[in-house]
Design a binder for this molecule. Structure first.
Ligand code: MD3
Ligand code: FE
Length: 206
């Protein structure tokens, strides 16, 4: 359903079996392309979120090079693994875009991680939507406006939820206030031994 212009939230897009199947695929991605800790441009301050990618291009950030997309893992120097089929199927079903995704960013939040309010503007192609899929613990997600000071609203994103951001929503500020204490039984995975959340974002880069 369209919760705001250009923002579609599909609750429980993946049922529990599909979440577990996708989690196994993401574990395999992380085994080949280990999670790394990005750092902020200029300051070098580490993100609390750890990341990896799959697909032809991956998003990285470090003190010297800043935010960018590149074809190789910053530590292994290997190409990113391919995007798992269930994510390509989700893109076909939800993105309403004729070309396949070029990048899938895998964000891993431990229970204390967060992501400050920001815009996604490292992509030359701003026509294509972004598709986000959540796994694991719920988070309190924040959606602002197109300027930093605009009013914002918060809502929960839960395991299996899919969010698409397109059209005028593409440049809205957004962030993750915090990971919420778990209520549902957590998905069995060494990744979630301490709780935690994974978010997958599929994008066209340009
Ligand atoms: C709203 N990730 O990786 S995904 C990011 O949960 C990022 O890990 C968050 O923001 C996460 O850049 C949020 C949902 C999302 C993604 C892109 C958006 C919401 C968005 C772009 C515009 C507006
Ligand atoms: Fe973002």
């Amino acid at each position: 359903m369209e919760i705001e212009p250009g923002v579609h939230l599909c609750r429980s897009y993946l049922d529990e079996a599909a979440q577990i199947a996708l989690l196994r695929e993401i574990e395999a991605v992380i085994a080949r392309a280990p999670l790394f800790t990005p750092t902020m441009p200029r300051s070098g301050k580490p993100f609390s979120v750890r990341m990896t990618n799959c697909g032809p291009l991956g998003w990285v950030s470090d003190k010297a090079g800043g935010y960018r997309y590149q074809p190789l893992h910053p530590q292994t120097r290997e190409p990113w693994p391919p995007i798992p089929p269930p994510l390509l199927e989700a893109w076909s079903a939800l993105a309403a875009y004729p070309l396949p995704p070029q990048a899938c960013l895998v964000n891993f939040y431990d229970p204390a991680a967060r992501m400050g309010l920001h815009q996604d503007r490292d992509e030359a192609d701003l026509c294509a939507p972004i598709l986000s899929i959540s796994l694991g613990a719920d988070c309190r997600f924040r959606l602002g406006g197109s300027r930093r000071g605009d009013p914002s609203r918060a809502f929960a994103l839960a395991s299996g939820d899919a969010l698409t951001l397109g059209g005028g929503a593409r440049l809205r500020f957004h962030g993750v206030d915090r990971i919420l204490p778990e209520i549902a039984p957590r998905l069995a995975s060494p990744l979630f031994a301490d709780g935690g959340r994974i978010n997958l974002t599929l994008r066209r880069v340009g």
